[in-house]
Design a protein around this ligand. Structure first.
Ligand SMILES: [Zn+2]
Ligand SMILES: [Zn+2]
Length: 224
């Protein structure tokens, strides 16, 4: 927001000429900085004179160009997370083999505790009416992957208010189920399936899916 000439940055505001910076405000000319609130001519959060800055900048750029990394995202081997524990996997799912082949790391088992449940598997109450604040001290177990999880106070009051039963699965399994209901981030060029309509469009419903897919016009005629 309110930035100019910034490349490969995220969450930078009121700044100019930044590269590979994150969470910076009011920074003019910066490379690889994070959390700066005000500054100029900074590299890796260290301040330089204007002359020094441009000299080092040129050196860095020449090194990156030599490696073919100039202007690219950070190299994969610097990623602190495994591919399947990041949002990238939600939107661009890969198999373990494919991810490893591309140089990503892979996590076989999500972090967490197992076997510490105080309410055994299958014994989680089915109705929220049977549950009181004592549940906040209990450790539950996911019915799908056996991972332990707990209920927080605000979560419990939400379930009570909405008359929803306690979840029987941990966060990751619930998240995966929700994501599987969405279409993938891919578009197919298709033709409207309404008889005599020639309209074509891009859709996230692939041609081999069973749903009827109409163009916007035909869809609106159908539902109104
Ligand atoms: Zn689970
Ligand atoms: Zn149509």
């Amino acid at each position: 927001m309110q930035i100019s000439k910034c490349k490969n940055c995220s969450f930078v505001f009121y700044s100019n000429e930044l590269e590979y910076c994150e969470d910076c405000y009011n920074l003019t000319c910066g490379i690889g900085c994070t959390g700066i609130h005000k500054g100029e001519y900074m590299i890796l959060n260290k301040q330089y004179t204007k002359e020094e800055y441009y000299k080092i900048k040129e050196h860095i750029e020449n090194e990156l160009k030599k490696d073919g990394n100039f202007g690219q995202y950070f190299p994969i081997d610097l990623a602190p997370y495994c591919y399947n524990e990041t949002l990238a996997h939600d939107f661009f799912p890969l198999t373990k083999e494919d991810a490893l082949k591309r140089g990503f790391r892979w996590q076989d088992k999500t972090t967490g505790t197992y076997g510490k449940e105080t309410i055994p598997k299958g014994k989680t109450p089915n109705s929220i009416e049977e549950v009181d604040e004592k549940i906040l001290n209990e450790v539950l177990v996911c019915e799908e992957c056996n991972k332990n999880f707990r209920i927080t106070k605000s979560e419990l009051s939400f379930y009570k208010r909405m008359h929803l039963p306690l979840p029987h699965k941990d966060f990751e399994c619930r998240h995966r189920e929700r994501m599987s209901k969405r279409n993938g981030r891919e578009l197919w060029h298709r033709k409207c399936m309404k008889e005599n309509c020639q309209n074509e469009f891009e859709t996230s419903y692939s041609p081999d899916r069973p749903e009827i897919v109409y163009c916007e016009q035909c869809y609106n005629q159908e539902i109104y």
